[in-house]
Design a protein. Structure first.
Lengths: 394, 489
């Protein structure tokens, strides 16, 4: 069984990302056009016609490659639509990267989009195939909130300590988002605001949840050897792993809801390809899937940033703050930047891209060299997970 | 996997008529809630010792209660030729409710399934149990208009009765009398009975009841019995008949706590009497509704072992009090704004049929290689990944097992008629994992490690399809004090 770095290295040479918002006056088509235009527009010598193949990730805002081909009126181009729960944007990126690495194409584009705000519902509302009616009608926060009592019990964390850690995640990510004009929520929040928000699932309130928003993002990928033809500051894909879980965590006994085994496996692949042996000290910053505050707590351990059972303490100690040892979700994360499903994975890469090029302004992490983008979907016990390591050196 | 595989072939001939008619096994099911106060905006405490009614939870109907009632005793009914479901409140028109009960109990496909409707259907089902060896669920769920004079006098309950033997009781005699009278009725689609002046109908029913009782006693060559049990849709008629027949009023005490439970009522009162009767004693059971049916029983030698589940009195004592507002919301009598969330999806007929063993009997698959249990059942083991042959995968029913909570959450955005519901992931003793709604327990009381047991419920109804499946409720040893909802023995 192998999961290797591609024979040809891959680089990102341009990216675009719309602000994540309630885009009442923009359609998914409009958002894709905006993200793609920003992306292509950042390379003076490149036009859309130079892109050989396209991927578009969307969970529910369109079917088929025409989701992208139609709004951009692409002519004679291959476009693939992908879907992989909330890791959809990363999946578009992953497949595009393999395509350009293979040599089949010289320049490819990965895009992601989601239009969530046309539904009149504040949460996610996926449509599933006809079924026997025996599944719990989980809300997303319901599924992820299972992490909380399990984590507390496994590591002897009392309710106050756990609440403080969850609150700190929300406060930190909003503080970061406040420095980011593209974020959905550009406002710092107090612990009191987080803890007094209306309850939605178990101990989680509205302010423990990611922002539901509309948005799109895009990236142009080339082989690393070609990167400097387009930009002086390419960002290199150093490694990536992806795992679609077997769902055993919900289908048979054993799984304890204190970890995402899929993330652990995907991270192992990505780190190995990137030559990362001690992520806790080697990684400059990380964009992680903070769909709900407890997810970020557990991910700090799954990604090897904190020891098992210690993440909650490290979070409270400020280790993952913008000025901490390993800043996490410097752009605000799903929590504050927002979570238009199909765009999120590429939005994470957009922040890594920005930071690794030293363009993050007041959010800039000094001397950022290696960044992790970690994106997941599903729910604890039955998830899909993507981890990538990006660097500004090849 | 074909749900009908591995089942016993239908029997060639109907079972022989029992040589000695009687009742072989019985079990009562009383829902976990009691409503004792139906005043709106009450500021002072309710009248002590007033009437109370049993209330089925929002996730129960007559089908789920019938399954719960028959679960402890239906295994004994392999020889019965018919499963009867008697009610005045079936969840479906046109579709046979007994079929759902039959599937959930896993009965032999050769056993028929038939619904009996109307107030007299309970007594009729009992007659077919004792004289034709049938198996029956008598179940009813009764709702009056808010504030109706008899709101606390109606109740919800189910009783499971198994014929084909006489361990519980031997039938000594019976007599019936049909009397057409407009007493309680409702049009299709209506929720509440309309009731004629009960002083008129009491006279008709009391006369019919007295006639039937006297004929049955005469046929049994008895002047008197040890216990008189009277069930009537008309409380005046019931009181008059108890007085005339020398009843001791224990049946009335049960009724005052449970309410009149419609088609289930004669079975419920018989069960309560059998709970306390000694072998050899005689019981006159008289049901006076739409005429009258009288049964004279001699209590069987095996009466103690013939009961499945806890006694009627223990179940009544274990109920949780329910506030009137919650009751009104559960019954759809108070339309409360829910969350901005789409309705839970309706199940589809082919997947329900393909996975009937899982949906109706909570059957997972046990891996032939590593022994792990996979839920929902699948071709490939979730633990070891070995592919089983379609027919080789072992079926294992998890519904009688205890499961322990691994983690729990509370859904504050539930579309069910509650502010929140608990959802758990729980590991089954002996293997297997369930993701399930918790029920009959306050969500805040569900904790990691809690022991729970499966109970058959209606999850939701969407697009006119009732979605039945299993939930988990606290196991008896883990139920909070005063909330013991199952085994009171």
């Amino acid at each position: 069984m192998a999961s290797r770095r591609t024979v040809n290295d891959v680089a990102i040479v341009a990216m675009g990302c719309t602000p994540f918002r309630d885009h009442w006056h923009a359609s998914a088509d409009d958002l894709l056009v905006d993200a793609v235009r920003e992306c292509v527009g950042s390379l003076p010598a490149v036009t859309l016609d130079d892109v050989d193949a396209f991927w578009v990730g969307t969970q529910g805002s369109g079917l088929s490659g025409q989701t992208l081909a139609r709004p951009l009126r692409l002519t004679g181009k291959p476009v693939t639509r992908v879907e992989n729960y909330c890791a959809t944007g990363s999946e578009a990126f992953r497949n595009a990267a393999y395509a350009v690495a293979s040599g089949a194409y010289d320049m490819v584009m990965a895009t992601g989009v989601e239009k969530l705000k046309d539904s009149s519902y504040s949460g996610l509302s996926a449509v599933y195939p006809p079924a026997d009616g025996t599944d719990v009608d989980w809300t997303a926060p319901g599924g992820f909130s299972l992490l909380v009592p399990a984590y507390q019990r496994a590591y002897g964390v009392d309710a106050r300590g756990m609440r403080d850690a969850l609150t700190r995640v929300a406060v930190k990510n909003h503080a970061n988002g406040a420095r980011n004009e593209r974020a959905q929520f550009r406002k710092a929040v107090t612990a009191e605001t987080v803890e007094n928000s209306p309850r939605v699932a178990g101990p989680l309130g509205v302010m423990d949840c990611s922002g539901v928003s509309d948005g799109a993002a895009a990236a142009i990928l080339v082989r690393a050897e070609d990167a400097h033809r387009y930009t002086d500051r390419p960002v290199y894909l150093r490694g990536m792993g992806f795992v679609a879980g077997s769902g055993a965590g919900l289908a048979t006994d054993g799984y304890d809801f204190t970890t995402f085994p899929e993330v652990v496996a995907a991270a192992r692949q990505a780190y190995e390809q990137a030559g990362v042996t001690d992520p806790a000290t080697q990684i400059s910053l990380a964009e992680v899937h903070d769909c709900f505050t407890p997810t970020e707590v557990v991910l700090m351990e799954d990604l090897g940033f904190s020891e098992r059972g210690k993440a909650w303490r490290d979070i409270l100690d400020g280790r993952y703050d913008l000025d901490g040892a390993l800043p996490v979700n410097t752009d605000g994360g799903l929590k504050s930047f927002g979570h238009p499903i199909g765009a999120t994975g590429l939005r994470m890469m957009f922040e890594c891209f920005t930071q690794l090029r030293g363009e993050a302004g007041s959010r800039q992490v000094p001397d950022a060299r290696l960044a992790v983008a970690q994106n997941l979907g599903g729910q604890p016990g039955s998830s899909v997970a993507f981890v990538a390591v990006l660097g500004n050196e090849r | 996997m074909e749900p009908d595989q591995n089942r016993v072939e239908p029997k060639e001939n109907p079972p022989p008529m029992p040589e000695q008619p009687g009742l072989d096994a019985y079990a009562a099911y009383l829902p976990a809630y009691v409503l004792a106060d139906n005043r709106l905006d009450a500021t002072d405490p309710p009248r002590r010792g007033g009437p109370a009614r049993g209330v089925a939870a929002f996730d129960e109907d007559t089908v789920t209660m019938a399954v719960e009632a028959l679960r402890p005793v239906a295994a004994a009914s392999t020889s019965g030729g018919q499963l009867l479901f008697a009610t005045t409140n079936a969840p479906y028109e046109a579709k046979t409710s007994a079929g759902v009960v039959h599937e959930a109990l896993g009965l032999d496909p050769g056993i028929g399934a038939v619904d009996l409707r109307g107030h007299r259907s309970g007594a009729t089902a009992l007659d077919l149990v004792v004289r034709a060896g049938a198996t029956a669920a008598l179940a009813d769920l009764r709702t009056t208009r808010p504030g109706a004079p008899d709101e606390l006098a109606q109740g919800d309950a189910a009783v499971g009765l198994v014929g084909g033997g006489h361990a519980a009781a031997v039938l000594l005699a019976r007599a019936g009398r049909t009397a057409e009278v407009l007493e309680r009725w409702r049009l299709p689609g209506e929720r509440h009975d309309r009731v004629w002046d009960e002083r008129f109908t009491a006279e008709v029913l009391a006369a019919a009841g007295l006639d039937a009782a006297r004929r049955a006693l005469a046929e049994a060559s008895l002047d008197a019995v040890d216990t008189v049990v009277v069930s009537s849709s008309n409380p005046r008629a019931a009181a008059a008949l108890r007085r005339a027949l020398g009843g001791d009023g224990r049946d009335a005490t049960i009724e005052r706590a449970a309410g009149f439970t419609g088609a289930a009522h004669p079975g419920l009162l018989l069960a309560a009497a059998l709970d306390e009767a000694r072998p050899g004693q005689t019981i006159l059971l008289l049901s006076a509704t739409e005429g009258a049916d009288a049964f004279v029983f001699a209590v069987g030698d095996g009466v103690r072992a013939a009961r499945g589940g806890p006694s009627v009195r223990d179940q009544l004592a274990a109920r949780q009090p329910l506030g009137y507002g919650r009751y009104l919301r559960w019954r759809g009598l108070l339309d409360v704004q829910g969350p901005a969330r789409p309705a839970a999806p309706a199940p589809a007929a082919p997947p329900m049929h393909r996975r009937a063993g899982w949906k109706y009997r909570l059957e997972g698959s046990r891996c032939g290689a590593c022994g792990a249990v996979t839920t929902p059942p699948g071709r490939v083991c979730a633990a070891c990944g070995i592919v089983g042959a379609p027919d080789a995968t072992g079926k294992v029913s998890l519904r009688e097992r205890t499961a322990r909570v691994v983690s729990v959450t509370r859904d504050h955005l539930t579309t069910m008629p509650e502010p929140e519901v608990a959802v758990v992931v729980a590991d089954v003793d002996g293997g297997g994992r369930l993701s399930a709604y918790a029920t009959d327990v306050a969500p805040a009381d569900v904790t990691v490690g809690m022991a729970m047991t499966p109970t058959f419920r209606r999850l939701w109804t969407t697009d006119a399809i009732h979605n039945y499946f299993w939930k988990l409720r606290p196991a008896p040893q883990d139920a909070p004090p005063g909330k013991d909802t199952t085994d009171g023995q």
